[in-house]
Design a protein around this ligand. Structure first.
Ligand code: NAP
Length: 410
């Protein structure tokens, strides 16, 4: 029989209040929210004051609360809350990708030591059920890569600025108003939020534990008019893409960066706060998931799904993280790149192995061509540069490319 859930809820912002409403509108679901812990006393709330507490121990030490749902915007406090709950044997649902990605080894250990689950489907791509699919459906060695648009705010900003002509600041303000952006939006636009999610996805896809700081990450915060004009002239869109793929040596390559997306590609039609995730597999070939990647109800729906999973004692088994897991490699992959730079920038051309185009205008110029990942790091550090990828080139030898060749030869 399914358990009745007595929820202790942390956070009553965009997602927390969204969850409250989702539960109200799902009467058949056997769960009630007991106490709600928030931060600021005296703030106007939609519920009666007696529903709230400002003391986390009111929830954590309450023996009647049998599930903790952590939906706050402070990663350090979230870690304190989640670890305290797990140590008390209380199952936890969280949406806090920053906290989870930064503490994967400790969180795995605590779940094992205290034999208690931590679920976090909402932390990656909100409404798209990607983590449980990676855990259960792709429970074998046939998954070669996972890539996609995994940050709703930046996708919203890119859609609105480039394709609808709204200014960057206005698009960011709209994303914040609609509850898509992080409380600290620099996490979104710098690409770090996508890197946090990619670290979590890499664990469930390949068993690889990577700290998000290790992932080569370029945000959308340096993109300018020239890049958007170049994209429009080529009939492309610019999207922030995160990718984790096996390489030929059996390791994992991860990166997050803006990329040109061409018409006809799966991600071309993924606009606004939608996310799109592509898996490439040896036998099933390519699969594509799309759905809302941010916002109160889409995110709360993933929390609800985790709560439902807890009623039948579901937990992540992290099967791929055991013996034989794939290690993280910063191997020399090669990429095709567009780089905008100051007109007479020094050192740009030297970073490229092969230059394809080079143009100079009144103040700025751009260079396109191929270069290695380590040279791309150097390029990104040169003052006034902005980078957009065309993609990994053939010299990159991702395993999907290698596998395809082997299959063709067979
Ligand atoms: N928004 C989305 O679309 C989305 C999507 C996926 C995942 N997430 C994740 O979901 C989490 C919540 O995001 P959100 O958009 O709902 O944030 P939010 O609207 O800013 O709300 C944050 C809530 O956390 C509470 N809070 C902050 N520090 C606290 C503490 N130490 N103790 C107790 N409560 C505390 C705040 O209390 P006060 O009300 O008193 O200020 C507020 O109610 C974040 O981890 C975010 O990354 C959000």
């Amino acid at each position: 029989m399914r358990k009745k859930l007595n929820i202790g809820l942390f956070g009553f912002g965009c997602v927390g209040s969204g969850l409250y409403e989702v539960l109200e509108r799902t009467p058949g679901f056997n769960a009630r929210i007991g106490k709600i812990c928030v931060k600021q006393e005296g703030k106007n709330r939609a519920l009666a004051p007696e529903r709230f507490t400002y003391n986390m121990w009111d929830i954590l030490d309450d023996p009647d609360i049998n599930v903790v749902v952590e939906l706050i915007d402070d990663a350090d406090s979230a870690y304190e809350i989640v670890t305290a709950a797990l140590k008390r044997g209380k199952p936890v649902v969280s949406a806090n990708k920053k906290m989870i990605a930064a503490h994967l080894p400790e969180l795995l250990t605590l779940q094992k030591r205290h034999n208690v689950p931590l679920l976090y489907e909402a932390a990656c791509c909100a409404s798209i059920p990607v983590i449980r699919n990676l855990e259960e459906y792709y429970d074998n060695d046939l998954l070669n890569s996972i890539e996609g648009i995994i940050n709703g705010s930046t996708n919203f900003i890119l859609t609105r600025t480039a394709e609808q002509g709204i200014g960057y600041d206005e698009a960011l303000r709209l994303a914040q108003e609609r509850g898509f952006a992080e409380s600290d939006p620099s996490l979104d636009v710098s690409g770090r939020d996508a890197a946090n999610k990619l670290a979590i996805l890499a664990l469930h896809a390949f068993g690889t534990i990577i700290h998000p700081d290790e992932i080569f990450t370029v945000g959308i915060d340096r993109l300018g008019e020239l890049e958007f004009r170049y994209a429009a002239e080529k009939g492309c869109k610019i999207r922030l893409i995160a990718r984790a793929s096996r390489n030929a040596e059996g390791g994992i390559i991860c990166l997050v960066a803006p990329e040109f997306v061409r018409p006809g590609e799966w991600l071309y039609g993924v606009n606004d706060e939608f996310n799109g995730v592509i898996t490439r597999n040896t036998f099933s070939d390519t699969q594509f998931f799309v759905g809302k990647g941010a916002g109160a109800f889409p995110t709360a729906s993933a929390v609800l799904s985790d709560l439902s999973a807890l009623t039948y004692d579901y937990r992540y088994e992290y099967k791929k993280a055991g013996a034989g897991r794939l290690g993280y490699v910063q191997q020399e992959i090669y990429l095709d790149v567009f780089c905008r730079h100051p007109r007479n920038a020094q050192g740009v051309a030297e970073c490229f192995t092969e230059v394809k185009e080079q143009y100079a205008f009144a103040e700025a110029g751009f260079t396109t061509g191929s270069l290695s990942l380590s040279r791309l790091r150097e390029l990104g550090e040169l003052p006034g540069t902005s980078i957009v990828l065309f993609g990994i080139n053939d010299a990159g030898k991702t395993i999907s490319g290698v596998v395809k060749k082997e299959l063709q030869e067979a």
